[in-house]
Design a protein. Structure first.
Length: 201
């Protein structure tokens, strides 16, 4: 039990666990912004409410784009809406935009989007509303690591009800949760205001 709690209570990004680039090159970051825009456009075409999540919120607010050292952009969508679309049509639309989709919904409640121009990628997290007005990430991990997901991957649904404010992200604007930094206080309870850089940077 103590081991389970030890690994489930902390909040961390993958780049804080091992040495990685302290800063991505400008071309890769530009390609990542472009990929994010194309994913954003597909989500809009399917009338799916979506918004920035996790470290990408800080990136948008402080750098008007991804965090300089990050290797992905985090978006989120409402599972209740996403489950109503034709998934095959969604993937086909992405493919026509030069986007490859990797389906990680069963394990992690994520779709990952890639293109050939960069090794960086976009993650789309799927959230459902559960009891007490809280949004909860889907996927098996959410149940296996219940404590971690309850502490760091859930937040009040009211923060993502339409309409949401928009923020500049590279050359376009995209939604982010309401009430300023409130959602970060749920995702990163102990250091929501900090930019956590990669190990060794």
């Amino acid at each position: 039990m103590s081991t389970y709690v030890y690994f489930n209570v902390p909040s961390y990004a993958g780049y804080t666990l091992e040495k990685q680039k302290c800063e991505q090159n400008a071309e890769d970051l530009a390609n990542l912004v472009n990929l994010t825009y194309r994913v954003h456009s597909v989500l809009k075409a399917f009338s799916l409410d979506h918004w920035l999540m996790y470290g990408s919120i800080l990136g948008a607010k402080r750098y008007q784009g991804p965090l300089p050292w990050d290797y992905d952009v985090d978006l989120a969508v409402k599972g209740e809406q996403f489950s109503q679309i034709n998934f095959d049509n969604f993937v086909a639309t992405c493919n026509r935009q030069g986007i490859t989709v990797r389906d990680k919904r069963f394990r992690k409640g994520i779709l990952a989007f890639f293109d050939k121009k960069t090794s960086l990628y976009v993650d789309l997290f799927i959230y459902y509303e559960y009891n007490f007005g809280m949004a909860w990430r889907s996927g098996l991990d959410g149940w296996l690591f219940f404590l971690h997901y309850r502490l760091h991957h859930s937040f009040p649904v009211r923060l993502v009800t339409a309409p949401m404010p928009e923020v500049r992200f590279g050359f376009f604007k995209i939604a982010l949760p309401k009430e300023n930094n409130e959602v970060l206080k749920y995702l990163y309870r102990n250091n929501w205001w900090k930019e956590v850089r990669p190990l060794g940077c």
